[in-house]
Design a binder for this molecule. Structure first.
Ligand code: NAP
Length: 447
């Protein structure tokens, strides 16, 4: 009987487990995660106010509750935990679904000034990621600059513009709610280095900015008009054409004088973060212009935008996992239809799916066909792999080595503790924000 370990319980890990049990009626799957909680970026990346996307957890739950799937939380793979080589001894096959764990850097002076954060740090904080420190993101901030025009940039812009009445019903941790509710940020600048027709956000997400209470969205018509794609949208793909139409609507609308203002800016490339009394005080941008090949060139003209808070939202990046090959150019593991390649040669029994396989792009659903491709490869290889002799139940072996996973009952105890915490605060479910409270809740499980 085939035994498979899936490393990572985000969408790509869960879809991999689902595809395995659907396509093979005997396979046994263990889904391991570094965190005691499942669901990866659905729990720790999807914005708290995106209830509908978050409800995908219910689909992922049915996968992890399948009779031939087990969840092992709190298990680190790699240094300080279970080495990749040990996993290969315990399982016939291992599928790495570890995502893209870090953020891309801008590589400009001042990037690390106090008050400048990666968007992922900010997202982790309001999503209650246990590795997130209790930072004071909003300290003294009145004006914020968000660098990048992808969906993460839209998420963090929207969260900065939300008021307490909208944040309170979410599962956001109490400290983040208190801090955001007291925010004095009234100006948020979301800035792209290329034109409106080249922005990466999707129209549904973009439109939400226009529907925020007490907030207006401003777009400079002259800045839009620098973009040939905006002037003649007929050649654009439908998604970009819709984005351009939404932006055009905002550019043409009269100012409302709302208490909060989001300015969407284009053709501005960040060149430096400027300090004011030891913290970030402004971002210096160079005005860019289309280079005729889809990129931009500098113009030698500069503009400073005041900001006491800077969120760099320029994409994620995969990190190397000890014991696995890695291509630093793409931040992914080299593979052929999901089979890991070592020095260009297929490494039997090792697979990848999700962002570590194809890079940090696409929506949650993109992980379904991606996982299916990997599982198809794995099951083609299974007749050979299944002949390898295993030492028995991997859980017994892990425990003998001092590793005590948080199993499904432990996760359910965390869920109960989060419901109780919410009730005590007069809110719905409220997430536990630190390792200690998560692990003590998990260990309180009555099993
Ligand atoms: P993204 O879509 O790749 O956007 C990155 C943005 O950063 C782009 O505007 C890019 O501009 C800009 N950028 C990159 N390097 C830069 C630099 N050095 N200086 C200035 N700007 C720079 O990444 P993301 O927003 O992190 O999203 C990652 C994935 O998650 C995407 O597939 C996204 O759709 C998905 N996601 C989806 C949702 C949702 O569906 N609600 C929510 C969050 C995330 P260029 O285009 O010029 O490179």
């Amino acid at each position: 009987m085939l035994r498979v370990a899936v490393i990572g319980s985000g969408p790509s890990g869960c879809y991999t487990a689902q595809s395995l049990v659907q396509q093979d009626s005997e396979v046994l799957v263990d889904v391991l995660d570094r965190l005691p909680c499942p669901y990866g970026l659905v729990r720790y990346g999807v914005a708290p106010d995106h209830e509908k996307i978050k409800s995908l957890q219910n689909n992922l739950r049915t996968v992890l509750e399948h009779e031939r799937v087990r969840f092992f939380g709190g298990v680190q793979v790699g240094p300080g935990g279970v080495p990749a080589t040990r996993l290969r001894e315990l399982y016939h096959a291992v599928v790495y679904c570890v995502g893209a764990a870090t953020d891309r850097r801008l590589g400009i002076p001042g990037e690390d000034l106090p008050g400048s954060w990666s968007a992922t740090e900010f997202v982790s904080w309001y999503s209650a990621h246990p590795d997130s420190a209790p930072e004071r993101f909003l300290l003294g901030a009145r004006s914020a600059v968000v660098i990048g025009v992808g969906n993460v940039a839209v998420d963090v812009t929207r969260m900065l513009a939300r008021g307490p009445a909208e944040l309170s019903p979410t599962d956001m941790p109490q400290a983040a709610l208190t801090s955001l509710a007291a925010s004095r940020v009234t100006q948020i600048h979301m800035v792209g280095r290329r034109g409106a027709s080249q922005a990466r956000f999707t129209t549904k997400e973009l439109r939400e900015l226009g529907a925020l209470p007490d907030t207006e969205v401003a777009v400079d018509p002259e800045e839009l008009a620098l973009d040939p794609g905006y002037l003649d949208p007929s050649g654009l793909p439908a998604a970009q054409r819709r984005n351009v139409e939404v932006l055009r609507g905002w550019a043409e609308a009269p100012a409302k004088g709302a208490p909060r203002r989001i300015r969407v800016r284009f053709f501005l490339r960040p060149v430096e973060l400027l300090a004011d009394a030891g913290r970030v005080g402004a971002v210096r941008f160079e005005r860019t212009a289309p280079d005729g090949r889809g990129g931009v060139r500098g113009t030698g003209r500069f503009e400073d935008i005041e900001a006491q808070l800077v969120l760099r939202s320029v994409g994620y990046r995969g990190v190397p996992l000890e014991g696995l090959p890695f291509d630093p150019a793409t931040g992914t593991v080299p593979h052929q239809a999901g089979r890991v390649l070592r020095d260009g040669v297929i490494s039997p029994g090792e697979y990848v799916a999700g962002w570590i396989k194809r890079g940090p792009t696409g929506v949650i659903g993109t992980n379904r066909p991606c996982a299916k491709e990997t599982v198809t490869s794995l099951l083609e290889d299974a007749p050979v792999l299944v002949h390898e002799e295993l030492p028995g139940d991997p859980l017994t072996a892990l425990r003998a080595e001092g590793i005590e996973p948080v199993e499904w009952a432990g996760w359910q105890a965390i869920e109960r503790a989060e419901a109780e915490l919410g009730a005590s605060l007069g809110r719905g479910v409220v997430k536990l924000p630190d390792w200690e409270s998560l692990l003590s809740a998990a260990r309180s499980d009555a099993s």
